[in-house]
Design a protein around this ligand. Structure first.
Ligand SMILES: NC(=O)C1=CN([C@@H]2O[C@H](COP(=O)(O)OP(=O)(O)OC[C@H]3O[C@@H](n4cnc5c(N)ncnc54)[C@H](OP(=O)(O)O)[C@@H]3O)[C@@H](O)[C@H]2O)C=CC1
Ligand SMILES: O=C(O)CCC(=O)C(=O)O
Length: 446
């Protein structure tokens, strides 16, 4: 239910951003939570803070022409949404996936504003990408695409302006090619312009692991708030990319057992616990389908096109993509004994699924809180680049762990303060929103 004042604001956003359904969904989720904050702070309405936060500061859309290995020319569309810089330079990843369009980039950029605010670090919100499908493309084709993409993007980014990183389809390899082209055309060895870099050119320890590790830490805190732990729990993770892989690794270190993970073709079930080393070999090194896991691991099986949520578990960590977990999936998880869900991905549970979890009293950590460890560690990478320091793996991981605990406690305390104890969605939305709103007020009419 939307606060009366916010209903008009939301309807206007839908009217002015036609067809951008994912963006509408992300806005609605935040607006549904922040009514009590508007009641408490009439100055937000007076200064039209919600209207200002929901309108991107700037958006660029651009042509990305590139040539494949046979010499055929292709044209893709690139995007960067610079959504909000109240708290710091725009910060957020780049997604290369055929589904990318303005509505997806805007939903991701919008989420990023509040997520970044929750980290307590000085970063604003942005996001970008292209409707390019990297699947099946050679290394040379990926390089040419990244070079063409950066040939336009470089005009808009900089360590004090806008700092992209990876997301779906953009990992260490792509960040390397993007940084190489940035350096070449600007003649600046400006390491702080991108994060997720290799250690050899300004990268930070733990950034690769950070989103998945952070999500596992967040779930550990939610479980601890209920007197529970990962010890002896069966866990199901969707996806088998960056977030899923390192989420699984940390769950195992914390005493849980991940019994299933997936990719866009189906899921693998392994009752002995997913062998994360094998997943890394198949997905990171060989860039193969997850079905290869079942071919190589005795006792496991591959379920083609199956939904990983049908596997019984006590903890679920959706870590693939938006709207991948429906109300029906939520009901199945609950019937099988699921007590906690941590969103490794951005907006993976539909609004209806979240409602089912809420009604059943499942501990539900929304993506903007549970997966904030990645961008938080990116901010630590920026800090190291600025001071020309390199921190050890242990030191960086300790910082990440402390950030995730603080973030959990802040969402928890905010939910209590606003009369909705245990509601991490409300806690995250209100805490993130009020940080940005208060700073916006201090900065005047911007
Ligand atoms: N990387 C990061 O630091 C952060 C990422 N996130 C979010 O986490 C999620 C995963 O990102 P990341 O791990 O980096 O991406 P990757 O590209 O490394 O992995 C994505 C995984 O999700 C699967 N997937 C992607 N799209 C779909 C789809 N439409 N249907 C089913 N499966 C799909 C992929 O399967 P397949 O290989 O078959 O395509 C793959 O297993 C995204 O929502 C991203 O926005 C959030 C915070 C930070
Ligand atoms: O590290 C970053 O800047 C990007 C992280 C990201 O894209 C996300 O949090 O969704």
């Amino acid at each position: 239910m939307l606060h009366a004042r916010l209903e008009a604001v939301y309807n206007d956003i839908v009217r002015r951003n036609r067809g951008e359904t994912e963006f509408h969904q992300a806005v609605q989720e935040v607006l549904e939570s922040i009514g009590p904050a508007l009641d408490k702070h009439p100055e937000y309405a007076e200064h039209k803070i919600v209207e200002r936060i929901c309108e991107p500061e700037r958006m660029v859309t651009f042509r990305v022409p590139w040539e494949d290995d046979r010499g055929e020319v292709h044209v893709n569309r690139g995007f960067r949404v610079e959504f909000n810089s109240a708290l710091g330079p725009y910060k957020g990843g780049l997604r290369f996936h055929p589904s990318v369009y303005q509505g997806i980039v805007k939903f991701l950029g919008f989420e990023q504003i509040f997520k970044n605010a929750l980290t307590g670090l000085p970063i604003g919100g942005g996001k970008g990408g292209a409707d390019f499908d990297p699947k099946g493309r050679s290394d040379r084709e990926i390089m040419r695409f990244c070079q063409s993409f950066m040939t336009e993007l470089h005009r808009h980014i900089g360590e004090h302006t806008d700092v992209p990183a990876g997301d779906i389809g953009v990992g260490g390899r792509e960040i390397g090619y993007l940084f190489g082209q940035y350096k070449r055309i600007t003649n600046r060895y400006e390491t702080g312009v991108l994060t997720g870099k290799h250690l050899s050119f300004g990268g930070a320890e733990v950034r690769t692991e950070a989103t998945g590790y952070g999500c596992a830490y967040f779930v550990r805190e939610m479980l601890a708030a209920r007197g529970e732990s990962f010890e002896g729990k069966q866990v199901v993770v969707s996806g088998s990319g960056n977030v899923a892989t390192y989420g699984m690794e940390k769950v195992h270190q914390l005493g849980g057992t991940v019994v299933a993970c997936s990719d866009s073709t189906g899921y693998v079930y392994d009752e002995n616990g997913i062998d994360v080393g094998l997943v890394k070999q198949i997905k990171e090194v060989e860039r193969e389908r997850i079905s290869a896991y079942a071919d190589r691991r005795p006792g496991s099986k591959f379920v083609e096109r199956g939904a990983v949520w049908e596997v019984p578990c006590q903890v679920a960590m959706p870590s693939a993509t938006q709207n991948e977990l429906t109300a029906e999936d939520a009901a199945t998880l609950i019937a099988n004994g699921c007590m906690a869900v941590g969103e490794g991905a951005n907006m993976p549970a539909t609004p209806e699924a979240i409602q089912v979890f809420r009604e059943a009293g499942v501990a539900f950590g929304p993506g903007k809180a549970a997966n904030a460890g990645g961008v938080a560690t990116s901010a630590l990478e920026m800090q190291q680049n600025a001071s020309r320091e390199t921190w050890s793996f242990e030191r960086t991981e300790r910082r990440l762990e402390a950030i995730m605990k603080d973030l959990h406690d802040r969402c928890y305390a905010t939910a209590e303060e606003y009369g909705v104890p245990g509601d991490y969605v409300a806690g995250a939305n209100i805490a993130g929103f009020t940080s940005v709103a208060d700073t916006t007020l201090r900065l005047g009419l911007i």
